[in-house]
Design a protein around this ligand. Structure first.
Ligand SMILES: [Zn+2]
Ligand SMILES: [Zn+2]
Length: 682
């Protein structure tokens, strides 16, 4: 089989966060990696969506050119995707001239065929700025919630989508002037003409997810209207018709063409400029598009109608859209900085921990929520406790007692059952991935590891080795075969760990280049190197390294990597007024005693007098201060922190400290001007 895999293009106005990975990036990578091992031809592309008003607004805010913005985020996001192990054949960008070339070609062909026509439309225009105002350049009152800072396309306060004419008393966002309506000449896509064909097409796609089909049919039932595909803006792909120099093609029309332009660019870079053709013109090729639910109509209605208009390219075969990953119950948001950035996360936990967590918690049928507690428990109990444990105990036992994989004797009934179970899990995982049920696939892998642990408990090779060495060898051999199967089953999901496991088993080359079915083959007896640990348990104090223990896992809105926001600077710091400050009970506390935390390397447990009351405070100061340096000091403390359980000790306050690089410095009251415990801090 041949597969084209298109992945929705992330917007280049911010860094990638966990919502992107869960919503659209991880699933296609699992799908692509499996199919490549399965011997299928795969082309997987995506890229940065670099045009449109979110980019120009950001550029204006920062006082730089739009190109500078997209260069920054394209570079950073490309690196993050690579670190995460997303195996794109090409991660392209829409500001590339070769993208514009393909967009122009598509535009002109559709124009010639009568699917695009020109007409006039009324648009807001600002006298003062002497320009038309795209939706995001309008500010007004939201008709739904009354927020006065709503944009022409959306209200950030209540999250509803708006159209410019819904805004109450709209003004120009840049100068505040009241805009007028002016006629402007634009091009339109004749979407209405495709309604019947789309209905037939969607009707035949009975394998689509129920929500994707329902959503699409709903759109069709409400009737398709022609849509303007150009706008008054100076950043974007130009219009290949004379007289439209001031206008650009709309992002929604141009970005989906990126699937085609990226495929052709990929072909060009392989040295065979026609290599993209079989992926796009052979009707037997299956086109899969992976995206979040907000993107469904662009891939089930608009892109298919454009492809129908062109007439010679394959239509989407499946669009397995995901729901959202939420963070502490709320949607991720770049603009509100309610997010966990991929780069920060990878620095602390590595790619496979993230891939595992988001595989078992993928928002396939409904929204899924990310919490630190859940993340820790899934990594430590499942990935480390079940999968890592089975592999490590088996390989260690094999190495210590047999120097590697021993030959198998006559298998016992339990051994046969274990191998049969392995084959079942193998089939079930493959089927789940083929049907885009990625959560189920990962669960199958985990269930097999669990079964492996149970098998060892039943067969007890550590006892057998004393009574019947041959039978012990048979058990170890069988368990090693399960591990070989696991190294292949893990490969699409946990590509880095699978590769290391493949090496530990003495496998040839890269596991990702091995045939999928090879994992079920018998393992030749032979020596193995001493195994190393595959998955590390996460120690939350070490991971967060909080100077004052404030980053405990109940604080999901904090990305690991403190003070790092969307732009890597502090320019986004929110202004507060005195009332916000009054919510904090800031006082001077005297440190009475300092002891080591019984169960954490970096933490101290302190007794602190806050004026008539002694509190227990847990803080990660051990790498920075000795107890002698701290006892007797009077320091600033937040006295009304919610008590937090830090590895078994309840912390009832938080010491304030300054931090710069490796230096952590407690905020200590000036000893020349003594203030007593309990003194207020303003
Ligand atoms: Zn609103
Ligand atoms: Zn203006």
């Amino acid at each position: 089989m041949r597969y084209f895999i298109g992945v929705a293009w992330p917007y280049a106005n911010g860094y990638l966060h966990l919502g992107h990975v869960a919503g659209s990036l991880l699933a296609p990578d699992i799908f692509a990696r499996y199919h490549r091992m399965n011997g299928d031809e795969v082309l997987m592309v995506s890229g940065s969506d670099e045009h449109g008003t979110p980019i120009t607004l950001r550029a204006e805010t920062e006082g730089v050119e739009p190109q500078e913005i997209v260069d920054r985020y394209h570079a950073a996001n490309s690196r993050a995707l690579e670190d995460l192990g997303i195996s794109f054949d090409l991660y392209f960008r829409t500001s590339h001239p070769n993208h514009a070339r393909v967009v122009h070609e598509v535009f002109l062909r559709l124009l010639e065929a009568g699917h695009i026509y020109s007409g006039t439309t009324e648009t807001f225009y600002c006298h003062e700025c002497r320009r038309f105002l795209p939706d995001r350049y309008l500010r007004g009152t939201c008709p739904h919630c009354g927020d006065e800072d709503a944009r022409g396309d959306q209200c950030d306060s209540c999250g509803r989508a708006l159209s410019p004419d819904e805004l109450i008393s709209p003004v120009c966002r840049r100068c505040g002037a009241v805009p007028e309506m002016r006629e402007s000449e634009h091009f339109f896509l004749r979407l209405s003409a495709f309604e019947e064909r789309l209905r037939g097409y969607v009707g035949s796609m009975t394998h689509w997810k129920r929500n994707v089909r329902a959503f699409t049919l709903n759109w069709l039932d409400s009737g398709l209207r022609d849509r303007p595909i150009t706008r008054d803006l100076d950043w974007g792909v130009g219009i290949p018709v004379a007289g439209y120099d001031e206008k650009r093609i709309y992002v929604w029309f141009e970005a989906v063409i990126g699937y085609l332009s990226a495929s052709r660019e990929w072909a060009r870079r392989t040295g065979n400029g026609d290599a993209w053709r079989p992926f796009w013109t052979d009707p037997a090729t299956r086109h899969y598009y992976f995206l979040g639910k907000d993107n469904i109509p662009f891939h089930t209605i608009i892109w298919p109608s454009m492809l129908m208009g062109l007439g010679d390219l394959d239509l989407p075969y499946d669009v397995p859209a995901n729901e959202y990953l939420t963070l502490g119950g709320e949607q991720f948001s770049k603009s509100r900085r309610h997010a966990i950035w991929v780069t920060c996360f990878l620095e602390t936990f590595g790619p496979d921990a993230l891939r595992y967590y988001l595989s078992v918690n993928m928002p396939e049928k409904r929204d899924a929520d990310f919490t630190w507690d859940d993340f820790l428990s899934k990594i430590n109990n499942e990935l480390v406790g079940t999968l890592g444990n089975f592999i490590n105990r088996t390989l260690t036992f094999a190495h210590n007692n047999f120097g590697g994989v021993p030959p198998s004797g006559e298998p016992h009934e339990e051994d046969r059952r274990m191998l049969a179970r392995t084959e079942e899990a193998y089939e079930a995982t493959a089927r789940a991935i083929e049907e885009c049920r990625f959560k189920d696939g990962m669960r199958e892998v985990m269930a097999l590891a669990q079964e492996g642990n149970r098998y060892l408990m039943v067969r007890e090779p550590w006892r057998l080795i004393r009574s019947d060495r041959d039978e012990a060898a048979t058990v170890v051999h069988t368990a090693c075969r399960v591990i070989r199967a696991l190294s292949h089953l893990m490969a699409p999901y946990l590509p880095h760990a699978a590769e290391r496991l493949h090496e530990m088993l003495g496998g040839e080359g890269s596991v990702h280049d091995r045939p999928w079915g090879e994992g079920l083959e018998d393992l030749p007896p032979g020596e193995l190197p001493a195994p190393s640990i595959l998955f590390e348990k996460i120690d939350i104090e070490r991971a967060f390294g909080g100077a004052a223990g404030e980053d405990e896992p109940g604080a999901p809105e904090r990305p690991p990597g403190k003070g790092t926001d969307d732009t890597g600077t502090r320019e986004g710091t929110e202004m507060v007024d005195i009332d916000d400050l009054k919510r904090l009970d800031l006082r001077i506390g005297e440190i009475l005693s300092v002891e080591d935390h019984p169960d954490a390397d970096r933490l101290y447990v302190m007794r602190v007098d806050i004026g008539g009351e002694v509190r227990t405070v847990v803080a990660g100061l051990k790498p920075y201060y000795s107890p002698d340096e701290m006892v007797g000091k009077r320091v600033a403390i937040v006295a009304n922190m919610k008590p937090a359980n830090l590895r078994g000790v309840l912390s009832e306050g938080m010491l304030l400290a300054a931090e710069e690089g490796d230096v952590v410095s407690l905020l200590i009251a000036d000893p020349d001007r003594p203030v007593g415990p309990g003194a207020g801090v303003r």
